[in-house]
Design a protein around this ligand. Structure first.
Ligand SMILES: Cc1ncc(COP(=O)(O)O)c(C=O)c1O
Length: 456
């Protein structure tokens, strides 16, 4: 057995109890390889370092490695580090790592911005400027509700761009909208809210996050005027008022007024409120009842989901409960990123990026609409990053449509998983923002081919 001296010091985790001896160690490493924690083809720790880490004799590790090499789990070669066998040569009994779904050639998944348009240069400049002028104290533990600079900047930006009633004291910066849903649900549950209503259809991910914090989750149907407010019977509700996700309708003025008067706690998820293409954007619902409506915004559509930056504007009475929930969650976005976002907004580069993206997405949506066959009906207002296509009632099913797309390597979603109740109409959710600009024409052409195939 060749010594694995040339791959020293790798830090590894093994489920191994010293009392199980050499046999137990062999089993633990075999399991680590089978489960993919020790990856196919990767160098393993040297016998010296593993023996040192486990507090056992080096000779024991050498024998274990020899046994595993004999079984085909490890590959040894003179003068080279010992490695996990490559995927193709692992023993049959070792389940291979699940093959990764190849990335679709044409990315029409909804809810994603064009990541190739991320303003790298502007972000770099903003980060550099912010870091150079920020006092050392900003890098401590203090900013539980978010960096004061960003809270102040967001209050001004949201009042200006979205008509939100905001002051810095009620702004909280969260680690993405998912985190915002979690901390708000926890805070409300702590105040005795036992049930939270979500729009039906809506994203299951956020319903699960809310339910994990304690409240029961129920659904309220959405029609062409948005959430059916008259059917709301819960003390709290989550609503995508400006552009319902996923149907794309907007909450009608009479329903906005009724919801604001309802007395329920409302979480207004304004996930893509910056992108309205036909006319002036409708201001935030929050302004109608700032002491009952929590406004939520995110950088996931305007910049990139990977930033994990979102914000809440809270009724005053919820600031302390949400602060406590934030502290309990142990999570908050990195301060340097918060400072960079504040700088990006203050410098005007954020607005500039949004205006550019809005113009681009408006054009893409218009091109998609113009290309669609008559038999599929697009639903929703001209806004956001996606479109819902209703399929003809007597035509192909959603599953048939998805299969036709999959055959052409189109990444796209169906409507069905968003329903909270069975036997609801299907549809296709087409995201026109995700694909890089140069691939957009090809993506749309391929989608149209798939739609023609199933509808003619
Ligand atoms: C309806 C809706 N709300 C909010 C978000 C933003 O979520 P996050 O900030 O966790 O990326 C998304 C993103 O997919 C969304 O689709």
């Amino acid at each position: 057995m060749a010594d694995s001296w040339s791959s020293p010091g790798l830090d590894v985790h093994l489920d191994w109890q010293p009392s199980t001896g050499r046999g137990g160690l062999t089993t633990a490493i075999r399991a680590a390889i089978r489960e993919g924690r020790w990856q196919a083809g990767a160098a393993v720790p040297s016998t010296r370092s593993l023996a040192h880490d486990l507090g056992i004799a080096r000779g024991t590790v050498t024998r274990v490695y020899a046994d595993l090499a004999a079984e085909g789990y490890l590959h040894t070669a003179q003068g080279a580090p010992t490695r996990v066998a490559t995927a193709g040569s692992l023993p049959q009994s070792a389940p291979r790592q699940a093959p990764r779904e190849p990335a679709p050639r044409w990315d029409l998944r909804p809810g994603r911005p064009d990541l190739t348009a991320f303003p790298r240069q502007a972000w770099l400049t903003a980060t550099r400027r912010a870091l150079l002028r920020t006092p050392a104290a900003a890098f401590g533990y203090e900013s539980e509700l978010g960096a004061p600079e960003l809270r102040e900047t967001l209050a001004g930006y949201l009042a200006r761009a979205r008509g939100v009633v905001a002051d810095p004291d009620r702004v909280v910066v969260c680690h993405g909208y998912s985190h915002a849903v979690a901390v708000l649900s926890r805070a409300l549950h702590g105040l005795g809210v036992g049930e939270v209503a979500f729009e039906n259809p809506s994203l299951g991910r956020y319903r699960s996050i809310a339910a994990a914090q304690g409240p029961r989750v129920v659904g309220v149907d959405v029609d062409e005027h948005g959430l059916d407010v008259s059917a709301l019977d819960s003390p709290a509700v989550v609503v995508t008022a400006a552009h319902q996700y996923p149907t794309g309708v907007t909450l009608a003025p009479h329903r906005r007024a009724a919801l604001a008067r309802s007395g329920a706690w409302v979480l207004e998820d304004d996930y893509d409120g910056e992108f309205r293409f036909d006319r002036q954007r409708v201001g935030a619902l929050q302004a109608l009842a700032p002491e009952r409506v929590v406004y939520a915004g995110t950088a996931s559509k305007t910049l990139a989901p990977a930033l994990r930056l979102a914000w809440l504007v809270l009724p005053r009475s919820l600031v302390e409960p949400v602060r406590a929930a934030m502290a309990d969650s142990g999570s908050r976005p990195a301060v340097p990123d918060q400072l960079a976002l504040a700088e990006l907004i203050d410098s005007g580069a954020y607005d500039q990026h949004i205006r550019r993206s809005r113009a681009e997405y408006r054009t893409r949506r218009a091109r998609l609409m113009a290309a669609l066959p008559d038999s599929v009906r697009p639903q929703g207002i001209p806004a956001g990053l996606h479109l819902l296509l209703r399929l003809p009632p007597d035509g192909p099913s959603e599953a048939t449509a998805l299969a036709a797309c999959r055959r052409r390597s189109i990444g796209i979603e169906g409507l069905t998983p968003y329903w909270m109740t069975p036997d609801r109409p299907g549809g296709l959710l087409v995201g026109y923002a995700a694909t890089p600009k140069h691939a957009f024409a090809g993506a749309i052409q391929t989608l149209i081919e798939a739609l023609w195939e199933i509808t003619t």
